[in-house]
Write a protein that binds this ligand. Structure first.
Ligand code: NAD
Length: 507
């Protein structure tokens, strides 16, 4: 491990001691990673960032050495010590058996908030819009990214979408605290709760509940499809956009691309116990080692890191010098367009140009403002009482179960399946409906409906019967004994009188 201190000079005896250098972990990554990290560390040093970097090895070399996670014990030790990672992109080896290092880092360190500010720098960087300034705050741990997937039948695969109340509370509080701290005026929450009423509905509900504590911040909720279309065509309508994991992933790329280039964007991954900062782009092996890479995405990420560790003054100094560099037409190959206005620079020359402009400000582009008061640490607001206390636990009553059946007999019809299920069930349980891919096919249905080999049989307590948990496996066994392949069950509960399940088709 290589440890060096950036700009932690000893103060003369007569002056107050300089603030201690903040330990950070640095990973140079793969492909263009080492060259852009080198450029960024040089700029940080020249700007007198008070940092003490520890270097770790993660990524391709570690994967190739046989660690399928791409990260070793020594790297974890450093991360536990510093809780702050500045990470260059890494190459994920192709082939099964390798785990995504990013997902491992996010989940292990509990980095639940992904923050991606997107700003256009037109006309100095070609952009679809001038004056675009949108921050996407994306939930980072839940949703379909829990990665819980199963093949259930010959024809059907599933991915579980998990949205939790503590997860929604954490990200909503983070988004509002971020907006307040950074002087943002509005948060737009994007969901698809016209279809996913329980999961996306919870995300919306918690967003609106949380808003009550931030009356100065405007709120709006949009369905994500029209929201994405408006973001791509009228981004000036937006300020902060908050979304669950999958939509946030897509929306943040849309906005970054509208701003100019994904290559210029940085992102922060924030948790209560740590944070990771990285460029949005990958390791670009096609241009590695040739001095062609633009270090701006990683530099933007380093700026977010400086704000996080309470050095917004340094972040602003660097950002202003960088904006001035763009205005002066210094351009790496990816943003070089016009030789009459621009001067082509290698990665290292671009870094030199930023360093030479430290202390200067942009003349045309909006200059960097104190994103967070210097000395204030840009930490998440730890949500109090995230787990419901026993007193607030809702009344939970079992009403039945959805039994999912793999059934592919030739000439099959929903009516035949219903007959078999009804014959197998005890009198205390009733078959209420059968759906195929969520569409009701029994007792009502349409002959046109395409049916696959995956059937949901909704079984509820018969009138006057109070169902108990042990009756569900009994029903499952009864169906199995008739030769039906029950692949999973989902219990149906009422919570404080409200159904905790979708009611059927057409919702
Ligand atoms: P990529 O972002 O690496 O490259 C896409 C294109 O953009 C390439 O033409 C590349 O030359 C160019 N480009 C990217 N960054 C640039 C920069 N800073 N300056 C100039 N040009 C730049 O995406 P990819 O090719 O799909 O992925 C390459 C590797 O990166 C893969 O192994 C992938 O898994 C990995 N990756 C890592 C991360 C990460 O570590 N966070 C993120 C995305 C992809």
């Amino acid at each position: 491990m290589n440890t060096a201190t950036i700009a932690a000079t000893a103060a003369p005896a007569s002056l107050p001691a300089a603030p201690a250098a903040v330990p950070i972990t640095v990973a140079r990554g793969d492909g263009i990673g080492p060259e852009i990290m080198d450029a960024v560390l040089r700029i940080l040093s020249a700007a007198s960032a008070r940092l003490a970097p520890e270097e770790i090895e993660i990524g391709e070399k570690v994967y190739r050495a046989g660690r399928t996670s791409g990260i070793g014990a020594e790297a974890w030790d450093s991360l536990r010590r510093t809780r702050v990672l500045l990470k260059a992109p890494i190459t994920t080896p192709v082939g099964s058996g390798y785990k995504s290092l990013n997902v491992t880092l996010r989940k292990t360190l509990g980095l639940y908030a992904n923050v991606r500010p997107c700003v256009s720098h037109a006309p100095f960087v070609p952009s679809l819009f001038t004056g675009l300034d949108v921050v996407v705050v994306r939930e980072n741990e839940e949703d379909t990214y829990a990665g819980i997937e199963h093949r259930q039948t010959n024809e059907v695969y599933q991915c579980l979408k998990l949205i939790t109340r503590p997860g929604c509370e954490r990200i909503a509080r983070y988004a509002f605290a971020y907006a307040r701290r950074h002087g943002r005026r509005k948060i737009t929450c994007m969901v698809k709760d016209n279809i996913m009423k329980l999961t996306d509905g919870l995300f919306r509900k918690v967003f609106l509940e949380t808003a009550a504590a931030y009356p100065e911040i405007q709120t709006e909720v949009m369905i994500v499809d029209i929201g994405a279309a408006l973001l791509a065509t009228e981004p000036h309508r937006f300020d902060v956009v908050l979304a669950p994991n999958l939509y946030g992933d897509i929306l943040s790329d849309i906005v970054a691309q509208c701003a100019g280039s994904i290559g210029l964007a940085g992102s922060a991954n924030i948790g209560d116990a740590g944070a990771m900062f990285e460029a949005v782009h990958g390791s670009a092996p096609d241009i590695a080692g040739r001095g062609l890479a633009n270090p701006s995405g990683l530099l933007e990420a380093a700026g977010l890191m400086l704000v996080h560790v309470g050095q917004a003054d340094v972040a602003n100094r660097i950002r202003n010098a960088w904006l001035r560099t763009l205005e002066d037409g210094v351009a790496t190959a990816d943003i070089f367009r016009d030789s009459s206005r621009q001067r082509r620079a290698t990665t290292a020359q671009f870094a030199d140009a930023v360093i030479a402009r430290l202390g200067q400000e942009p003349r045309h582009l909006p200059k960097a403002m104190a994103q967070s008061a210097a000395g204030t640490v840009d930490k998440p607001v730890v949500a109090a009482a995230l787990t419901p206390t026993p007193a607030s636990r809702p009344e939970k009553i079992l009403e039945g179960s959805d039994l999912f059946v793999h059934w592919d007999e030739p000439g099959r019809s929903a009516g035949q399946l219903a007959q078999r299920v009804r014959a197998a069930l005890p009198a205390s349980l009733q078959l209420k409906m059968i759906t195929n891919r969520g569409v009701m096919v029994w007792p009502e249905g349409h002959p046109e409906t395409f049916c696959t080999d995956h059937w949901r049989c909704r079984v509820m307590a018969a009138a006057g019967h109070v169902i108990t948990a042990h009756e569900i496996p009994v029903a499952m066994t009864a169906l199995t004994q008739t030769g039906l392949d029950v692949i999973k069950t989902e219990n149906l509960y009422r919570f404080n009188g409200q159904p905790g399940y979708s009611l059927g088709q057409g919702e």
